[in-house]
Design a protein around this ligand. Structure first.
Ligand code: AMP
Ligand code: ZN
Length: 140
């Protein structure tokens, strides 16, 4: 299923042109128009899923292998020494386009810090409470 009002559906389907680096029957991989670093790519499923929670499992199973393939190609030809795989779900997590996608961000020696956070402190009581409630929710 695609969504007529979704820009990534249109890009993934080839209706809107993009700098495509890979395409198969399930995915199109394009270069991000607002790159975090040189070569920043996006994996777009051709089918419309709002986010990871809605993603079809058969599509999901193909995403990480494809991300690895894109990252390996980046290391080979772009000269990056690593890459981040980032996937945002929901506005608070920074999702701006509500069609599931995965960012592959090449990382270069001496490049700026990104995809980083300040570690907090874990309280053992709180960890136990959280793990108990999540464990329960994961059963359903
Ligand atoms: P997110 O914030 O995870 O939803 O990521 C959306 C990404 O899509 C951002 O990095 C944007 O720069 C990128 N983006 C938005 N529109 C386009 C477009 N038409 N072509 C390529 N990248 C886009
Ligand atoms: Zn879409």
């Amino acid at each position: 299923m695609t969504d007529n009002n979704c820009i990534f559906c249109k890009i993934a389907g080839g209706e809107i042109p993009s700098a495509t680096v890979y395409e198969d029957s399930d995915f199109r991989v394009i270069l991000d128009l607002g790159p975090a670093s040189r070569g920043h790519a996006l994996i777009l499923p051709k089918e419309h899923f709002k986010d990871l929670c809605e993603l079809d499992e058969s599509v999901a199973a193909k995403v990480l292998p494809l991300a690895g393939k894109v990252g390996a190609a980046m290391k080979e030809v772009l000269g990056c020494s690593g890459f981040n795989v980032v996937q945002n779900n929901g506005e608070t997590a920074g999702q701006t386009v509500f069609h599931f996608h995965v960012h592959i961000i090449p990382r270069y020696e001496g490049g700026p810090a990104m995809v980083t956070w300040t570690p907090g402190n874990a309280d053992s009581t709180e960890l136990a409470e959280i793990s108990d409630s999540l464990k329960e929710a994961m059963k359903s």
